[in-house]
Design a binder for this molecule. Sequence first.
Ligand code: LLP
Length: 427
Amino acid sequence: SRTVERDERGVATVGGLSVTELAEEFGTPAYFLDESDFRTRCRAWAEAFGKDADVFYAGKAFLSRAIVRWLKEEGLNLDVCSGGELTTALSAGMPAERIAFHGNNKSENEIRTAVEAGVGRIVLDSFQEIARVAHIAQSLGRRQRVQIRVTVGVEAHTHEFIATAHEDQKFGIALAGGQAAEAVRRALKLDGLELIGIHSHIGSQIFDMAGFEVSARRVVQLLAEVRDEHGVELPEIDLGGGLGIAYTSEDDPREPHEIAKALSEIVTRECEAAGLATPRISVEPGRAIVGPTAFTLYEVGTVKPLEGLRTYVSVDGGMSDNIRTALYDAEYSVSLVSRTSDAAPMLSRVVGKHCESGDIVVRDAFLPSDLAPGDLIAVPATGAYCRSMASNYNHALRPPVVAVRDGEARVIVRRETEEDLLRLDVG
Ligand code: LLP
């Protein structure tokens, strides 16, 4: 995580604005997202992969119309995984051909909307879906570009719930047992489909390139089998997302250019060995682009020292704005940002205000022992999978996302209100 910049009073600043002013203007809890950082990261990915590859930002990490416009301006493509994300993308002007549509159980409506809009690719996840998309495309007089998502059988070293390429899970079609080869056979026969390639996503928050290497090798092997059986060289492979970011100082993420170099070397080498032309590569980073660009600002409400254990610091948000600690045992850091303090550090647990003891934002952290109600604390690296996984648990109002750029701050997703909550309650 980046070091906190402070003004002469010791108040942390973001993009030249002090967090105390931001809290006054936008309230807490709130997510503050650095637009320049987001754009810089998009550019770094686009440049690292160059003209012969495509970068699809994974919208599930965080999506809003402003994000879609920035992606469009920075030349990125977009991976959506639901009708809601698709609608957001289209409504903010993302050209449909730059959209990839994912999901293991897309509804007929979602498929029809995607085909009618002309999305660049639909990633097929099951035998039923191969038939379903072909049928819908044909009935609309279209030939839909598709990829087949395969399960390569890699055990990614990450939390069980976010690892996706081992065999015993819901995504994709297994390479093992000739399943994927059979999927290709069927897709090639159907008039409604134009099979452009193979997709593999091995999991999330991964630092080790070894998993991608195995995945790329197995996907290329399938391409060679497809060529041998059908005389067709599929032109594209997608290696998914999953590149890790630094949540704490112990994490050491790779830079986009290192990742691009590693992936293209592996694919080129494997293709040469198999006598295949190198396919066009695409990747789908979500967290690596948006994760580091935002932090959550909370106000401390209570400070409860438990003798011989730790101090519980309650903030005005919690698991409704960051479920990742409770769900994945995710680690975050935290710091006091509304002032500096020379007080001794105390072992603290930052908890939310929900009626649940697992409502933990930061499990173990050192905060100054003079921490008091009214202090502002910030949790960095909350740009990915925090607002997008936020809930209304306990009828919490989901926090706003405020974009900061060139000394100016503007709301891109507003705070929920009690009227928003009651509007849905029509009983
Ligand atoms: N592509 C596909 C097909 C995916 O399923 C995912 C993530 C991505 C790309 C983007 O992965 P990323 O680069 O952001 O790691 N909620 C979890 C992560 C679940 C990710 C699901 N798929 C979390 O908070 O860590």
